[in-house]
Design a protein around this ligand. Structure first.
Ligand code: HEM
Length: 519
């Protein structure tokens, strides 16, 4: 509060303003004049004229019903007219870049007094910068776009391009060479999977799942086949614009007919008579960012099996939005290809070698999802720890109930185990070649992905029980819980359904079982 005309008054003075037409209250030693606002108060006039509120210290009542962010909105900040003489506000006012002091709200490596074998000062510097960026740029746009369902603001994409965040989200590699990462915080050759984990986990804190995918989820899965399997000419034409967010790309594999069953896909690519072009026909469904994509990394049935081709938006390509249970911000599309002609030079990898192209990125894609899931769960733990401390039932805080504490215990255990397993796998990734990762980590990552999303769903269910009706209400105290509970099933499906992944993990085990090991 910066108003220089702020009053200094005593609690007795505030107590005199205790009725409709002359109504003050105290929240955390700050005095608010609600006289003119009272009739507009969304919670009604009666709540404010209550004997225990009007003219009184209403801190506890306020925080039982409102999120802190309400007090930070300019229209409500204006209601503050002064402070209580001789008192200092004691509540922590959230600000951009903050590290939470709530236990388990941060992974141990970010918690004071704890240690980590994995994170260096350089990772910490990137984390600090990325958190501030998320709080200042991403979260406000994310919350506004979740409301209006529009695409993320191009200005945000541009700012991210300036800092090379789009490039960093593709992980370590040659594509980072010559780029200034986050104003020079990390050198391209130093950038490793822990840096990428930091970027992903910090972005997730914005608590907007549809926007999260709208924030170029399509690029994270659609560009790697171009980077790793495209011709030099194709890469030179496509990659710089995509990493600068001037053009957008998506991965178009799943169809109404087939999802995990890639060989069941029905979109066809047939060579033209002169052999110079593919002619593509078919449709794709649930394609993240497809609505606004310029490029489509498309899985096609070809004479030799399955082939991946980069299609550019043009004649014969149509996209229309699918209404999913998260926001339209993600740009989820149904796509039709009607005799779309594409130069054969746009083939990604070998003709008939599409499975290899797809499989080669699955590990990384699933690992990214584990990073998101682990961090999103932790945000829910923080929400629940705060709520159960400030909400009273039967005259006591919710956390005085053993049944509530049991739920909190389970949530914390799930968040911690997911993060710790993730950090271990990330360390393996940093030390293994791409080939070693493919053979040694496919099972580990499949297990972790399946484990983290099933943990996430249990945590979502527990959180709704803890928040009650607020856990199913889109605004107010439980808004993040409602959002999480509604959108968490996405993570359990994308990149492979839980059962499919668990089975994949066990099949990897069976392949490597030593023949000479007997009971
Ligand atoms: C600076 C003072 C206050 C401001 C700016 C304010 C503002 C608001 C706003 C914006 C909402 C809508 C909540 C949402 O959807 O998130 C709300 C709801 C509510 N407010 Fe206040 N309020 C204030 C003080 C109080 C106090 C002291 C009480 C006393 C108990 C109160 C009782 C309520 C109730 C009962 C609701 C409905 C909550 C619900 O639907 O769960 N408000 N208030």
């Amino acid at each position: 509060m910066s108003n220089s005309k702020q009053l200094k008054c005593t609690r007795d003075e505030v107590a005199k303003h205790n009725k409709k037409g002359d109504l003050w209250i105290i929240i955390d030693s700050k005095v608010y004049d609600l006289t003119r606002f009272a009739d507009m108060h969304p919670g009604g006039l009666a709540a404010l004229t209550d004997d225990e509120v009007a003219g009184q210290d209403a801190t506890e009542q306020f925080f039982a019903l409102h999120r802190f962010e309400i007090l930070l909105k300019p229209q409500y900040q204006r209601l503050q007219i002064g402070t209580i003489e001789g008192e200092e506000p004691s509540l922590h006012v959230p600000s951009a870049g903050d590290i939470s002091k709530v236990p388990y709200a941060e992974p141990t490596w970010l918690t004071e007094g704890y240690y980590s074998p994995y994170f260096t000062e350089n990772h910490r510097a990137l984390q600090k910068a990325m958190r501030k960026f998320t709080d200042e740029y991403l979260t406000p746009d994310a919350q506004a776009r979740e409301e209006d369902g529009k695409r993320p603001d191009q200005k945000v994409f541009d700012k991210m391009a300036e800092l090379e965040i789009h490039a960093m989200r593709m992980g370590p590699g040659k594509h980072l060479q010559g780029r200034t990462l986050f104003g020079g915080i990390v050198k391209p050759e130093e950038f490793d999977y822990f840096h990428e984990l930091v970027i992903t986990q910090e972005m997730v804190r914005m608590g907007a799942r549809g926007y999260g995918d709208g924030m170029l989820g399509g690029k994270v899965i659609g560009l790697p086949p171009v980077l790793n399997f495209g011709s030099e000419e194709l890469k030179a034409r496509v990659v710089p614009d995509v990493l600068a967010a001037k053009k957008f790309i998506c991965l178009a594999i799943s169809e109404a007919h087939a999802g995990s069953d890639v060989m069941g896909l029905q979109t066809t690519a047939v060579k033209s008579e002169d052999g110079k072009e593919w002619i593509i026909n078919g449709s794709k469904k649930w394609i993240t960012n497809g609505v606004f994509a310029d490029y489509f990394t498309v899985g096609c049935k070809t004479e030799d099996g399955f082939t991946v081709v980069l299609v550019e938006r043009g004649e014969g390509v149509e996209t229309r939005p699918i209404k999913t249970s998260y926001s339209p911000t993600a740009g989820t599309a149904f796509i039709t290809f009607d005799n779309v002609r594409v130069p054969v030079g746009n083939t990604l990898g070998e003709e008939g070698g599409g499975i290899f192209v797809m499989l080669s990125n699955f590990n990384h894609e699933r690992w990214v999802m584990c990073c998101s899931s682990a961090r999103a769960q932790r945000a829910i733990v923080e929400e629940c720890l705060k709520w159960t401390a400030q909400r009273k039932a039967f005259g006591k805080p919710l956390n005085s109930l053993a049944t509530i504490r049991a739920k909190l215990a389970a949530m914390i255990q799930r968040a911690e185990s997911t993060q710790n397993w993730l950090e271990n796998i990330t360390y393996q990734m940093c030390n293994m070649s791409y080939k070693q990762q493919a053979s040694k980590l496919a099972g580990q990552i499949a297990f972790l992905k399946s484990y983290s999303t099933s943990c996430a769903q249990e945590t979502a269910r527990d959180a709704v029980q803890i928040f009650g009706g607020r856990g199913i209400t889109k605004s107010g105290m439980g808004r993040l819980i409602e959002h999480y509970h509604r959108t968490v099933p996405f993570d359990a499906l994308l990149g492979g359904a839980e059962d499919v992944l668990s089975d994949l993990g066990v099949r990897q085990v069976l392949r490597t079982m030593p023949h000479d090991a007997k009971l």
